[in-house]
Design a protein. Structure first.
Length: 381
C-alpha cells in the first residue's frame, strides 16, 4: 500500500535548507549533475535581501511520504511581469521530484491553487525564480553537464510535467562552439569579414568594459538591457536594485576581457557578456565553499577551458544589422588568446532569427534544448 503524499509549506530555515539540499537525493550518482553552490541558492531565495521580492511573491513546498522528502517546488507571482505583459501568468520553479506522478501531481496542484488564489490564469515554468535567472526544462543531451547558470534535470521530468497537462510555450537553444570551429580558418575569416563590414557600415566601435568605473558601466549595460530585450518573449525589465544585485553577484566570476560594449557616436547601443564556465569547478565542490571548496575553486578556475556567451543585446535601431557577429568574433578571438578552447552560446529563443542565423553560419552545433511549459488554470481548466 503506497504512502499518502503530504505537501508542507517551507516555514523556517531548517525547511529551507532541506528544500535546497533535496536535489542531491535526486541526482545521487549522476556524474553529469553540477551541484549548485548552497550559499548562492540561499541568496537567490532570500526574500529580504534579494530585490526581486519587492514585487514578487514566493512560496516553497516540500512533498513527503511518511518522513521522507520526495519532492519540492516553488510558486512565484511576479507583479512586474504581469504589469509589463498585461497578463496573469504565475510561475513554478525549483521542481525536483522522484519518478512518481502522484507526487509531481500533488506538487503542481499546490502551486496551481496558490496561483489561482493570487488571481493568475496561466501556470508557466520551470523558472528559477524569474526569467532573468535559470529557466527551462532540459529535454535532450542528458549525458552532458550543464554550463554556468543553465539547468539540468533527469529525463523522466519531461513525462511528469507533460502528464500533468503542460504544453510547450517556448523552446530555448544552446549552441556549442567547438575547438574545431574556432580553428577553422575559413569560417573565422568569413566571420571577420562580416564583422568588419558591419563595423564600417554602421559606424560602430567596440570596447571592453572599464572595471575601474564598474558602477557606471553597469548603468550603461542596464540601459541597453532594458531597451534591447523589450520586445522579447518573457522579458521583464530589471529594476535598478535588481540589476545592481545581479552585477554584484556576478562580479566575482566575470572575466573583464569577455564583456564588450558597442557604441555609435560615443553612445552605447549593445553589449555582450561571456563568463568562464565555472561549472567545470563547481561539479567537484559538492555545493560547498568551505572548508575545502575554496581551494578547489582557486586551483580549478585556472583550468577552465570553455566559456558561455550568456547574453548579447542590441537596441532596436541596430538589430538585424549583423552586430551579433561583431560581438561573437571579439569574444572568440579574446577567448582563444586567454586559452579557452570552446564556448556555449545560450540561451537563444527558438524564434530569435538573427542569433540562430549567426550561430548556424558560424557552424555552431545546436546541442541542447530547453523547454518552457504553460498550462491554463482558470475556470478549472
Amino acid at each position: 500500500m503506497s504512502r499518502e503524499v503530504i505537501i508542507n509549506r517551507v516555514k523556517n530555515e531548517a525547511d529551507k535548507i532541506a528544500f535546497i539540499k533535496f536535489p542531491w537525493k535526486i541526482h545521487k550518482g549522476n556524474p553529469n549533475w553540477v551541484p549548485p553552490m548552497i550559499f548562492d541558492v540561499r541568496n537567490t531565495l532570500n526574500t529580504v535581501k534579494n530585490p526581486l521580492y519587492k514585487h514578487t511573491k514566493l512560496e516553497l513546498w516540500l512533498a513527503y511520504k511518511g518522513s521522507e522528502i520526495v519532492g519540492r517546488i516553488a510558486g512565484i507571482v511576479n507583479d512586474n511581469h504581469n504589469k509589463f505583459h498585461n497578463d496573469k501568468v504565475g510561475f513554478w520553479g525549483y521542481f525536483d521530484c522522484i519518478n512518481d506522478k502522484e507526487v509531481s501531481g500533488a506538487l503542481f496542484d499546490t502551486v496551481k491553487d496558490f496561483l489561482i488564489a493570487n488571481g493568475m490564469d496561466t501556470m508557466r515554468g520551470p523558472v528559477n525564480p524569474s526569467t532573468n535567472d535559470e529557466i527551462g526544462l532540459l529535454i535532450n543531451a542528458f549525458d552532458k553537464p550543464a554550463v554556468m547558470l543553465m539547468t539540468y534535470n533527469p529525463e523522466y521530468y519531461i513525462g511528469l510535467v507533460e502528464e500533468y497537462g503542460f504544453v510547450k510555450s517556448k523552446e530555448l537553444y544552446a549552441y556549442h562552439v567547438s575547438e574545431k570551429i574556432v580553428n577553422n580558418k575559413a569560417a573565422m575569416d568569413k566571420l571577420e569579414r562580416v564583422a568588419n563590414i558591419v563595423l564600417k557600415r554602421e559606424k560602430l566601435t567596440i570596447r571592453k568594459i572599464n572595471v575601474q568605473d564598474f558602477d557606471n558601466e553597469v548603468k550603461l549595460i542596464q540601459e541597453i538591457y532594458n531597451k534591447a530585450w523589450i520586445k522579447n518573449w518573457g522579458f521583464v525589465p530589471m529594476t535598478d536594485d535588481e540589476f545592481k544585485y545581479l552585477a554584484k553577484n556576478l562580479k566575482a566570476v566575470i572575466d573583464k576581457d569577455l564583456i564588450y560594449l558597442a557604441e555609435f557616436d560615443g553612445k552605447p547601443v549593445g553589449f555582450s557578456l561571456a563568463l568562464p564556465d565555472y561549472n567545470q569547478v563547481f561539479i567537484k565542490m559538492n555545493g560547498k565553499l568551505f572548508p575545502f571548496g575554496v581551494f578547489k575553486l582557486l586551483a580549478g578556475r585556472k583550468k577552465i577551458n570553455s566559456i558561455r556567451l550568456i547574453t548579447l543585446g542590441v537596441i532596436h535601431e541596430f538589430q538585424k544589422k549583423g552586430t551579433e557577429a561583431v560581438f561573437i568574433l571579439n569574444t572568440i578571438k579574446e577567448g582563444l588568446a586567454k586559452g579557452y578552447k570552446g564556448a556555449e552560446i545560450s540561451w537563444i529563443l527558438e524564434d530569435n532569427g538573427p542569433m540562430v542565423a549567426t550561430a548556424d553560419n558560424l557552424g555552431a552545433e545546436l546541442y541542447k534544448k530547453y523547454r518552457i511549459y504553460d498550462k491554463q488554470i482558470s475556470n478549472n481548466r
